[in-house]
Write a protein that binds this ligand. Structure first.
Ligand code: PGA
Length: 255
């Protein structure tokens, strides 16, 4: 783990749950289980339509922040179905997940993601750049793939802005499968990501970037992964929909 103040835990609710009242219940239940202030920085990323409600539940407690699962790079205009950074900022969003593999699958390219990262940083919101290989082979093509996603996604991002970027290593084969990457594989990939960042920005700048892991993180594997791989936190999908389990994961990384 790097010299960062607190581990970062993000709950990515994806397109869940199915109603406003269920989203309110979920956020309230998480709050109930968070019986004290943990040393982790906690972010909940619900569907955008629930952001305001979840924020209201968080308000006053400072137990968790809210994040978005995507954003458009333009500030306003004729972009049917999209949501802008000023809108997100207005409801109190401080983190945005970008380039999630499920969005890449829908056609989002490295170029889109790069534009979104530039715009997000400019808006003073923290982008979480998701990268991850679909498959691994003995030839190590996953490293080439990761490097490409990093170089394209971070194109023209300045050294000064880099430390506000979070990188989420999420091997696609591990997402939602119950088949997490091993701590050894995550360790190796973290070192590789740091090396690419060092090549791009120099060691001092690279060492400030938070790297988190996502892909079937659960209450069963969180502690083991966190203690054995040099990561700064987790991006949690399925398990973030189960309040007790999500809080267990938070406890696993908290001192
Ligand atoms: P998962 O999802 O924890 O359900 O594997 C992680 C993610 O997609 O961010």
């Amino acid at each position: 783990m790097k010299n960062v103040p607190h581990p970062l835990i993000i709950g990515n609710w994806k397109m869940n749950p199915q109603s406003v009242s269920l989203s309110t219940k979920l956020a309230k239940d998480i709050k109930t289980y968070l019986t004290k202030k943990y040393s982790a920085e906690i972010v909940i990323a619900p569907p955008s339509i629930y952001l305001e409600g979840v924020k209201k539940i968080a308000n006053g407690t400072r137990l968790f922040k809210i994040g978005a699962q995507n954003v458009h790079s333009e500030k306003l205009g004729a972009y049917t179905g999209e949501i802008s950074l000023p809108m997100l900022r207005d409801v109190g969003v401080t983190y945005v997940i970008l380039g999630h593999s499920e969005r890449r699958e829908m056609g989002e390219t490295d170029l889109h993601i790069n534009h979104k990262i530039h715009a997000t940083l400019k808006a003073g919101i923290v982008p979480i750049l998701c990268i991850g290989e679909k498959i691994r082979d003995d030839g190590g093509s996953h490293f080439t793939h990761i490097e490409q996603q990093m170089r394209n996604g971070l194109k023209d991002i300045s050294r000064a802005k880099l430390e506000n970027v979070v990188i989420a290593y999420e091997p696609v084969w591990a997402i939602g499968t119950g088949n997490n990457a091993s701590p050894e594989d995550i360790h190796e990939m973290c070192l590789f990501i740091e090396k690419v960042l060092s090549d791009m920005y120099g060691r001092n700048y690279a060492s400030k970037v938070r790297i988190i892991y996502g892909g079937s993180v659960s209450e069963k594997n969180a502690k083991d992964i966190f203690t054995r791989a040099p990561i700064d936190g987790f991006l949690v999908g399925g398990a973030s929909l189960h309040p007790r389990e999500f809080v267990h994961i938070i406890k696993a990384v908290s001192t």
